[in-house]
Design a protein around this ligand. Structure first.
Ligand code: HEC
Ligand code: HEC
Length: 467
């Protein structure tokens, strides 16, 4: 009796084993049975994406560019990293008479965000001051301050006196969330000191921290019509969001164009931005763009040569370098906290300004066209309220208006530069602080943010960190 049961049991187990082996064999063998593949992760900038998560994350060449673009990128990189000198015999010369930094990388460490001064006089800071008088010039541009121009130069070559220095400090602002937890924000203020000559009264000031420069070739290739389609100046759809384009003067084409670069979208092209940086930040004149020193008839500006310091090829190579800097891919996309944070981002309507998706076209680099990108910006300027206002209009951008910052790659900011800070003047030490400073059109969104439970607030930050 017992034996027969044992035999039957053994037989049943053999049969089971046979089926198990067979099934497993079938799964491997039979193409019809779904094998639940892990879906391919979408890339943040398609083939212009790189996987680097280290301090070089913002410094990679877009992998798909052709050999000649790649060699221009390398040539431009050398110029970007070079230290310029006032010595006319040096390879990289033309610095000054008035300047702020002697290299591009000095203000753009690792091609990422910079930081306000860490001490009273800190030449490693990428924070600069611009100023102007009220009103606008013939092309809508800010009006130069007599004896100073439109940007403060804190250093000078030879016996020239620097224009002035500035001190920078913060006042604490307390924020309380609905759940009672608190946070301290830092409201910056600045004072000009050691000015070489008297300053007119009623000057309009703005402070600008150096912004990240990767992915800009793709932002440049977002079709203008797709940006304008998102504009809603009169808030016709009643969602409180009323972005609009900034139109700015292009010194090269001598016409008004859509502004795309800078914190107020005040530069129309990468070449324009790069040549303008040479001129105002380094005292380097360029053929075809800014052939005149930033001296503005000043007495502290002697010793500049009459010929332009760099030719147009130099500007083009430097622009190619910037244009072809790849975007680091988003990370941990399947992490439940990241997914929750992404949901919170959408629930709060952050994407009404930080627009997720475009398809590129019209780039001078053919391989940058037709790419689906996820930059999280609409490239428009928005009223961000009195709290972020700088008091200095820039073409059509009023003192309250700022370009929606791209958020791709933002999670690697501190890996690239541990001292880096966020927002146009670097006032935000963390992503949470950056969110809490949003005002104006985003005011109601931030009020919702403050109502959220801590877990959702943290999830939103974790999502931003995954970008
Ligand atoms: C003194 C510091 C400083 C130096 C030197 C400097 N930059 Fe900048 N850079 C900035 C600041 C500040 C901004 C933001 C400007 C604005 O808001 O208009 C900026 C913006 C840019 C942008 C636009 C970024 C964007 O998202 O719109 C590019 C491109 C750029 N710089 C490239 C360069 C290059 C190339 C050089 C060297 C020729 C250079 N910069 C030198 C401080 C600097
Ligand atoms: C009304 C448009 C608008 C909305 C809505 C909005 N933002 Fe922004 N965001 C901006 C602008 C404009 C800036 C740049 C402001 C500045 O630098 O002064 C910015 C800057 C940022 C920055 C800092 C970027 C940097 O490079 O320093 C972060 C982070 C950010 N936003 C996240 C968010 C999140 C998260 C939400 C939703 C809770 C949100 N934003 C909603 C327009 C908006």
């Amino acid at each position: 009796m017992h034996n027969r049961i044992h035999i039957k049991l053994a037989g049943a187990m053999l049969l089971l084993l046979f089926f198990l082996v067979r099934c497993r064999y079938d799964v491997v063998k039979d193409d019809d049975i779904p094998n639940n593949p892990i879906p391919e992760q979408p890339k943040i900038a398609g083939p212009a994406t790189i996987a680097d998560e280290t301090s070089t994350a913002y410094s990679g060449l877009i992998p798909v560019v052709d050999a000649s673009t790649s060699s221009d990128h390398e040539a431009g990189k050398e110029i970007f990293l070079a230290t310029f000198s006032e010595n006319p015999d040096a390879i990289y010369h033309g610095l000054g008479p008035l300047f702020i930094q002697n290299s591009c990388v000095g203000c753009h460490p690792g091609n990422g965000r910079s930081q306000p001064p860490l001490s009273e006089v800190d030449y490693d800071s990428g924070l600069l001051m611009r100023f102007s008088l009220a009103g606008e010039g013939p092309h809508g541009e800010p009006i130069a301050v007599p004896g100073y121009g439109t940007q403060l130069q804190t250093r000078a070559t030879g016996l020239n006196a620097p224009e002035a220095l500035y001190t920078f400090s913060y006042n604490n602002v307390n924020v309380t969330y609905a759940d009672g937890s608190t946070l301290i924000l830092h409201n910056p203020s600045h004072t000009l000191i050691n000015n070489y000559t008297s300053l007119p009264s009623n000057i309009l000031f703005t402070m600008r921290n150096a912004s990240p420069i990767y992915g800009l070739g793709l932002l440049e290739a977002i079709p203008e019509a797709d940006i304008l389609a998102l504009a809603d100046e009169t808030d016709a759809d009643g969602n409180y969001i009323s972005g609009r384009p900034n139109y700015v003067w292009n010194v090269k084409t001598q016409q008004e164009e859509l502004g795309r670069f800078g914190w107020k979208s005040s530069a129309p092209s990468i070449e324009h931005q790069v040549a303008g940086a040479f001129n105002e930040d380094m005292g380097i004149t360029s053929a075809g763009y800014f052939p005149v020193e930033n001296c503005d008839g000043q007495s502290n500006c002697s010793g500049s040569s009459s010929s332009t310091d760099v030719d147009e090829q130099t500007i083009l190579k430097l622009a190619t370098y910037v244009r072809t800097l790849a975007v680091p891919n988003w990370r941990n996309q399947d992490d439940p906290t990241v997914l929750r944070g992404k949901q919170v981002f959408h629930d709060l309507n952050c994407q009404s300004c930080h627009h997720e998706t475009f398809v590129t076209a019209g780039s001078s680099v053919a391989s940058l066209n037709g790419i689906e990108i996820h930059p999280y910006t609409d490239m428009l300027i928005h009223d961000m309220g009195e709290v972020l206002a700088d008091g200095r209009p820039d073409f059509h951008a009023s003192t309250n208006e700022w370009r929606t910052s791209p958020l791709w790659g933002i999670g690697l900011t501190k890996i690239v530069n541990p001292n880096a800070r966020y927002l146009h003047d670097g006032r935000a030490a963390t992503l949470e602080e950056a969110i809490l400073w949003h005002g104006g059109e985003a005011n109601w969104i931030i009020e919702y943010f403050k109502q959220l439970p801590q877990t959702d607030r943290d999830a939103l930050i974790t999502f931003l960190e995954s970008l």
